[in-house]
Ligand binder design. Structure first.
Ligand SMILES: Cc1cc2nc3c(=O)[nH]c(=O)nc-3n(C[C@H](O)[C@H](O)[C@H](O)COP(=O)(O)O)c2cc1C
Ligand code: SF4
Length: 512
């Protein structure tokens, strides 16, 4: 029999019933989930949404790199004034995949908040006298997918499953890479899980997407979840798994509902055959997207990365061989299965989340290899008027324009210069923007999101943030970059210095 992760879903049920958790709720959940009480409390203390007191009303401004470069500070000042007037607690929240439609505000009164975007100074002033901002935003607009990508249309899954060998062969011939950021060849992971002798295997869809600047997975989950489920079902067939868990970022409520509704529709239509499928509300922390931390979180533990090896392909969920794949990767897989590797290689599609100083921020499907300037132009950007692009996300690097205009957005090419397309975020900044304000936000983000498991990151990220706030530079800062990059256990700490370092190296006079 498969194990089943119960702890977080049961805590969520209790949370939804009352709005917060009483000790009796936690005890009841621990009994029902058949875990020691101490483990249930560990989860309650680790994941921020499990409040143990009645939630107070809070107004939270979303802090992402695009907002930071614009009027984040001014908006926060207004919000603080409004909060003081109305007696409401004010704070900030990390990126919510709203860079293309922000700046965004979350109004919290119960377990989950209501999101408003875009907000302006006048909206925040009106809050003080009880008026909510006009634009409530539960989902990304469907029109945010701006061109005619194959992953936007064709929402129906392929009619027939090809055999499992055929799936792996097609994925290899297509040269599909992991779209969660690492760009690892997907067929290798499929092969590795398939080669395991275990009777029980899992496929886990990584829909955690909390990398600032990225919203393409959010769009797919909200507007084309059937394609992702189709890819997951094909992947399960390819590796011999009988169970799929779709892990959706905790704060993406609409995405969660749409993923679940697509699941029930497909199940009713007999699409999954003998496969067991589950939608899972994620823990609501950036580290939950790291694949092994995600598995810990599915098991109801603190989302802390595991030491590797063993990799999830050998020992993943509940110690069983597990394929963890990104939402977009699986959408590609479904398309490849339906249309063949050759058609895929002709297109080499990649979803890019383009935001910041472009006329039409949104999700664009462009061919890999497209030069950076062309990608920006597709979104109505004028590369000659821009000073920089933050590529990849907070865990990305600053590229200087026009120097990097011809850089092909491809797997290997940017990496040669120490950059990576990563999951595909391009945040554009014109010459009026304060790039240092962006790294102030990025370094605060890493210090806040470090899970605390290893010293280089848990000590180094607050140190880095303090250095950025003091506008320090020099050999000590370089040593800190190195300590984080080489000493941290997982990609969070390793990537924490990249944005700051690339900004210092490529932009003269950025520290004044
Ligand atoms: C701190 C951190 C956060 C991550 N967040 C995500 C995420 O939100 N979504 C995702 O697909 N991959 C994320 N990853 C990458 C995953 O660990 C993993 O490589 C990916 O899910 C594998 O899927 P793919 O091969 O299809 O890309 C993250 C990695 C790190 C280090
Ligand atoms: S690098 Fe940071 S996030 Fe990763 S395990 Fe260490 S402390 Fe946790």
């Amino acid at each position: 029999m498969d194990d089943h992760p119960l702890l977080l879903p049961l805590l969520d049920e209790a949370l939804t019933r009352r709005g917060w958790l009483e000790p009796a709720d936690v005890e009841a959940v621990a009994r029902e989930a058949r875990v020691p009480l101490a483990r249930a409390w560990e989860a309650v203390r680790f994941y921020p949404r499990y409040r143990t007191e009645p939630p107070e009303k809070r107004w939270l401004l979303v802090d992402d790199p695009v907002a930071r470069a614009r009027d984040f500070s001014a908006l926060l000042v207004e919000l603080e004034a409004a909060g003081a007037q109305a007696g409401v607690h004010v704070g900030t929240l990390p990126s919510l995949g709203l860079e293309a439609v922000g700046p965004a505000l979350v109004v919290e009164e119960g377990a989950y908040g209501r999101v408003f975007a875009p907000v302006q100074v006048a909206d925040l002033r009106a809050l003080a006298v009880g008026k909510l901002p006009p634009h409530e935003r539960e989902t990304l607009p469907a029109e945010l997918a701006r061109n005619d990508g194959v992953l936007f249309g064709d929402p129906d899954p392929p009619p027939d499953f090809p055999g499992s060998d055929a799936i792996v062969d097609a994925v290899r011939a297509a040269d599909l890479r992991g779209m969660g950021g690492a760009l690892f060849p997907t067929w290798r992971k499929l092969e590795a899980v398939r080669a395991q002798a275990s009777e029980v295997k899992y496929v886990v869809v990584n829909g955690d997407e909390s990398e600032p600047g990225n919203f393409k997975d959010r769009w797919l989950m909200e507007h084309n979840p059937r394609l992702v489920w189709a890819g997951a079902a094909l992947a399960a067939r390819a590796v011999g798994a009988r169970t799929i868990y779709f892990y959706v970022r905790g704060e993406y409520t609409a995405a969660l509902e749409r993923v679940e509704s697509a699941r029930t529709d497909l199940e009713r239509a007999g699409y999954f055959d003998a496969l067991a499928t589950h939608t899972f509300r994620g823990g609501g922390l950036y580290i939950c997207g790291e694949e092994s931390a995600l598995l810990e979180s599915l098991e109801g533990r603190r989302a802390e990365p595991r030491l590797k090896p063993p990799y999830p392909a050998e020992s993943g969920l509940f110690g069983r061989p597990t394929l963890v794949s990104n939402v977009e990767t699986l959408a590609h897989l479904a398309w490849i299965a339906a249309h063949g590797a050759e058609a895929y290689r002709e297109r080499r599609p990649k979803l890019l989340s383009i935001s910041g100083d472009v006329e039409r921020p949104g999700v664009y499907e462009l061919a890999l290899g497209t030069p950076l300037a062309e990608a920006l132009e597709a979104a109505g950007g004028r590369p000659d008027e821009l000073q920089a692009v933050l590529m990849g996300g907070a865990a990305g690097t600053f590229l200087k324009l026009p120097d990097a205009s011809e850089l092909p957005l491809d797997f290997e090419v940017p990496r040669l210069s120490g950059d990576s397309v990563g999951p595909g975020a391009l945040m554009a900044f014109d010459r009026t923007r304060d790039l240092w304000a962006v790294v102030e936000g990025v370094s605060a983000f890493f210090a806040h999101e470090s899970c605390g498991k290893c010293f280089p990151c848990s000590l180094g990220t607050p140190h880095l943030h303090a250095a950025v706030m003091q506008r320090e530079r020099g050999p000590e800062l370089e040593e800190l970059f190195l300590a984080l990059e080489e000493g941290s256990l997982c990609g969070l700490g390793q990537a924490a210095p990249w944005a700051v370092r690339s900004l210092l190296r490529r932009f003269e006079g950025v520290v004044r």
